[in-house]
Each structure stands twice: as C-alpha cells, then as structure tokens.
Design a binder for this molecule. Structure first.
Ligand code: 2BA
Length: 110
C-alpha cells in the first residue's frame, strides 16, 4: 500500500476531491500553507493499493492547473549609513501539484 501526499492549490481542491471520490478513492483534505509564499494551499492524503497509484496520479494531473502568482519579496540593501530594505514583486510559477508517494508499513481501520 502507498500513501500519496499531494500539495495543490486551494482553487483545485474541491474538483479533485469530487473526482477522487467518483473513482472510488478515499482521501483526506488538510489546510496547509507554503513555506515560500506563506499563502494557503491544500494537502490531500490518499491511501491506495500499489497498482492504483498511477490512476490517482493521472486524476491529480488532469484536475490541477499550474498558475502564475505575484509575490512581494523583501531584500536588505546596505546604504552608506543605514540598512534599508526594498520590497519588489516577483512572479513565481506555482505548480499544479507537488506529489509524494510513500510506502505504508501498516494500514488498519478500527
Ligand atoms: P510554496 O513554498 O509557497 O512555493 C510556491 C512556489 O514558489 C513554488 O511552486 C515555486 O515556484 C516557488 N518557490 C518555492 N520555494 C522557492 C525558493 N526557495 N526560491 C524560489 N522560488 C521558490 P511549487 O514548486 O509548485 O510548489 C507549490 C507548493 O508545494 C509550495 O508552496 C509548497 O507548499 C509545496 N512544496 C513544493 N515542493 C516541496 C517540497 N520539496 N517539500 C515540501 N513541500 C513542497
């Protein structure tokens, strides 16, 4: 058995959960935040049999879009007397999904 951990954008979460459920997969949705943008994203946990991993990955790929996001970045600038800091916007391409597939040692439901 495998545990698929998929970090996706909030906008894609509901559609992806619907598609997983329609295809008979169980999932858990967690509200998370990215370490770089510090903005909300969604992490989905899906426990599946090994032979179903590719089916799940293809559902994730079809339902999660990559988008560009503008984020402010602060850089320190050393002036002659003082330390100033400048904030400027940068554009980052946030992926449709970042997916980890982990081995599951035990799976029990009580
Ligand atoms: P964030 O950490 O908020 O990152 C958002 C986007 O910012 C990333 O998109 C990437 O394009 C850019 N980015 C992240 N760290 C960067 C850095 N140190 N320098 C320059 N640009 C940077 P994605 O790569 O598609 O990642 C989307 C979200 O997936 C991330 O949100 C994070 O929550 C998660 N993630 C991605 N890779 C991860 C990893 N190796 N481990 C854990 N979480 C990961």
């Amino acid at each position: 058995m495998k545990l698929i951990v998929a970090i996706i954008q909030d906008e894609d979460a509901s559609k992806l959960l619907d598609k997983l459920s329609e295809n008979g997969f169980y999932s858990t949705r967690l509200a998370t935040s990215g370490g770089f943008l510090r903005a909300g994203n969604t992490t989905i946990l899906i426990g599946v049999e090994d032979e179903k991993v590719e089916d799940v990955c293809s559902i994730i790929e079809k339902n999660c879009k990559s988008r560009k996001q503008i984020t402010p970045v602060q850089t320190p600038m050393l002036g002659a007397m003082d330390v100033f800091s400048s904030v400027y916007p940068i554009e980052v391409n946030v992926g449709g999904a970042t997916v980890f597939v982990l081995d599951v040692e035990k799976f029990r439901k009580y």
